[in-house]
Design a protein around this ligand. Structure first.
Ligand SMILES: *Cc1c(COP(=O)(O)O)cnc(C)c1O
Length: 349
């Protein structure tokens, strides 16, 4: 059977996530608050009237309208995905043919590369500087030289938390001919966006998700914002009924309760300052600045910290490639979770 598999798929490793049972889960950049608990009754009322024998809205129209309102655009500028991961996939399907290039700064979110390689495209990786800042001239030069189809910029970046300055994004957009995707998965924790540019430059796509700030990772609701022209193109490769009726209903309900979500985001941002201050006091640990709901730290004792956390059932995400050697990504948790982690790190370093 293996002789039938496409060559580029045979050599790939499937995406994995830790399945260890954690008591304190700080490894996946999730929102620590289960806001569904507050909204459960309303959801039950909605569910009672759902006609689950029928297909959902084919193009997620009601959800799209709510998203448009939240993002300050028209619904023609919105496409919904089964998580924003699916929109990354749709973008690759729409623009990146076999042997076409995409450009990414590294380190960054792994799915841009993953989906490109599945499709037979090629990835040009441009290393960031020592502080994980994007090198814009290098990105522009190589994108132009190789006629890259797509440039992916993650702002703030996962896994580093680094913020990309607006001028840099605009520069990359204006000095290349590529599609520029700005992944704002962590927008709610930064409050800066480039969405205002989507109708000025039709090559720009902004990605967002309800998985992080909105505490809805389990429902898989993501979206893309772009010019009508580019949304119409990406829509051609979208699977019909890509979001279940249940996911659409949950997305709408959570967007209608954005005020509640904003309170929790404020709390997470406070916890971020607290965690950063506490860790910075310790010797031998460097904390990178973060515009997100996680922080990246670097320490010679990274392995010790990770194994101590494993023993205590605290899940963190360790990194060990050439860019992020000895780095650990810590998702901001609730106060008691953060305190548990801090006291454990104090014991190790
Ligand atoms: C979590 C994450 C996503 C994926 O979000 P989903 O909507 O859950 O698929 C996309 N981009 C980045 C950078 C992320 O960290």
């Amino acid at each position: 059977m293996r002789n039938l598999v496409r060559e580029n798929i045979l050599s790939m490793k499937p995406y994995t996530a830790s399945k260890d049972i954690a008591e304190v889960k700080l490894d996946a950049n999730e929102n620590p608050f289960n806001l569904f608990k507050d909204l459960k009754e309303e959801f039950v009322n909605i569910i009672e009237n759902l006609e689950l024998n029928r297909y959902p809205e084919i193009d997620n129209q009601c959800l799209g309208e709510k998203i448009a309102e939240y993002a300050g655009v028209k619904s023609e500028n919105v496409i919904c995905g089964n998580g924003s991961d699916e929109i990354i996939q749709m973008i690759i399907h729409s623009f990146v043919d076999k042997d076409d290039y995409i450009v990414i700064p590294v380190p960054t979110f792994s799915m841009y590369k993953q989906y490109t390689e599945i499709g037979g495209g090629k990835v040009l990786e441009v290393p960031t500087d020592d502080s994980f800042n994007v090198r814009e001239d290098e990105i522009i030069n190589i994108a132009n030289e190789k006629r890259a189809k797509v440039i992916f910029l993650c702002n703030p970046n996962n896994p580093t938390g680094t913020i990309i300055k607006r001028e840099k994004i605009l520069n990359i957009l204006n000095r290349t001919n590529s599609i520029v995707v700005v992944d704002e998965a962590y927008y709610e924790f930064l409050d800066e966006t480039i969405i205002d540019q989507v109708n000025i430059n039709n090559r720009l796509i902004v990605l967002r998700t309800l998985s992080k700030g909105f505490a809805l990772a389990g429902a898989r609701v993501g979206y893309g914002i772009g010019s009508r022209e580019i949304i119409d193109i990406i829509s051609k490769v979208r699977s019909p009924y890509n979001l279940s009726s249940i996911s659409q209903a949950l997305g709408i309900l959570f967007l209608e309760n954005v005020d509640r979500i904003r309170e929790k985001i404020k709390e997470i941002k406070n916890e971020r300052s607290y965690l950063i201050e506490e860790i910075q006091r310790l010797n031998g640990i460097y904390v990178y600045p973060s515009g997100s709901n996680f922080v990246l730290i670097k320490s010679d004792k990274a392995k010790n910290i990770l194994s101590a956390c494993g023993n205590e059932k605290i899940a963190l995400r360790g990194f060990s490639d050439s860019y992020t050697n000895n780095c650990i990504r810590i998702t901001i948790g609730k106060r008691e979770e953060n305190d548990k982690l801090i006291s454990l790190i104090k014991r190790v370093v």
